[in-house]
Write a protein of this length. Structure first.
Length: 268
């Protein structure tokens, strides 16, 4: 079985940024299949464009644009890429990084498909910092990664205690055409609207309205990065009722407009 050394991924790198204890790569996947292998260090894969199938010894994942995975140290897996363009963003962390922040890798064993919108939002902010790549980027990335691991740990802590309606709601929130009204969601889940409102923050770490907003903006972020369709098309494809709503929601999360973010990413 192949071992990939630090900073090594199958494909063609657009960018590789090496910091003291982290290596960040922006990679086009060029192999239709990558056989069983493992990496020297723990790392994240964030699929910015395209699709992938990935399997390890315990689970298999059908990944689409916006999917986020974490692989712990020496976790073996293989990949299959369907026809078409695919691009991934990787953050690799060495042992010293975990020691510096007193984060135990044993708390994050194996591979994990991370679906929490707040976790993905933090990864988007790491991506932005990597493109700016100035004297403050390392500090910004370190801070965001510590917060990201904290979010993952908190999500894992409550995942075993989640009632069935929480798992069902997680799937519903990612559907394209769902009616997001409180009454409708409560009816589908078979629980009272007051119970849903009161318990949502406990299991999702934010309000229902903000969670929906973050999901939509996360989807818009990947479409902006891919630079394939217009801002108007992105707005409606992500379920915003108009451009004004799209811009204001985006600005609340990133403190900038979609157009300014696009120019920043292209410039870096």
């Amino acid at each position: 079985m192949n071992q990939l050394n630090k900073g090594e991924f199958y494909g063609t790198n657009y960018q590789k940024s090496i910091f003291q204890n982290t290596i960040i790569t922006d990679t086009e996947y060029t192999h239709s299949k990558v056989d069983w292998h493992y990496h020297e260090n723990p790392y994240f894969t964030y699929l910015l464009q395209g699709k992938l199938f990935e399997s390890n010894k315990k689970e298999s994942y059908y990944l689409e644009q916006g999917s986020l995975l974490f692989h712990n140290w020496q976790d073996a897996h293989y990949n299959i890429k369907p026809p078409g363009f695919a691009r991934g963003f990787h953050i690799e962390l060495n042992e010293n990084w975990f020691l510096n922040y007193d984060i135990q890798t044993t708390d994050f064993e194996g591979s994990m498909h991370l679906k929490n919108p707040l976790t993905i939002n933090l990864m988007n902010k790491v991506f932005i910092e990597s493109k700016i790549n100035d004297q403050y980027s390392n500090l910004g990335i370190e801070s965001l990664m510590v917060e990201l691991f904290s979010t993952i740990k908190e999500t894992k802590k409550i995942s075993t205690k989640k009632p069935d309606w929480v798992h069902k709601l997680q799937e519903l929130l990612f559907e394209e055409q769902i009616d997001y009204s409180l009454a409708k969601l409560s009816s589908i889940l078979g629980i009272h609207p007051i119970h849903l409102s009161r318990e949502f923050n406990r299991y999702f770490g934010t309000s229902l309205g903000n969670d929906i907003r973050v999901i939509k903006v996360n989807k818009a972020f990947c479409l902006i990065v891919s630079n394939k369709i217009s801002m108007t098309d992105i707005c409606y494809q992500c379920g915003f009722c108009d451009q004004s709503h799209f811009i204001s929601s985006f600005k609340k999360i990133y403190n900038t407009t979609p157009a300014k973010l696009f120019r920043k990413i292209l410039k870096c």
